[in-house]
Design a protein around this ligand. Sequence first.
Ligand SMILES: [Zn+2]
Length: 137
Amino acid sequence: MAGGVGGDRILNQRLFEIKVISSFAAAHNLKDFRGKCENLHGHNWKVEVVLRGKSLESNGILVDFGEVKAATREALEEVDHKYLNELPFFSQNNPSSENVARFLFEKLSAKLNTGGRRLHSVSAWESADACATYMEF
Ligand SMILES: [Zn+2]
């Protein structure tokens, strides 16, 4: 029989994780939402991009931070200083922080998923104490 006690499984799981933090500014207003965010306003979003992998390159790194930063910068150009509701993705999907995270995840996973590393999650902080995360697993 496979398995064992739960503790063994935890000890057998090993991986590396890296995180890059960026930011962008944009305006939005939420549809079908009763509250402050239904009116046009802006946020300075903080974005966390997390990659995971079980093994490192021969040089001891999972992924070059510079590569992740460059890919993130390129993805953020599509939303930075924009009115999100006017972008095609957000005319289909309400421009909530959840969907901002999903939008960036989809852009970034296409660029960053190679070899043994995978984009794990993208988090979008719309304020210092409110964050939404999107991940696929
Ligand atoms: Zn808002």
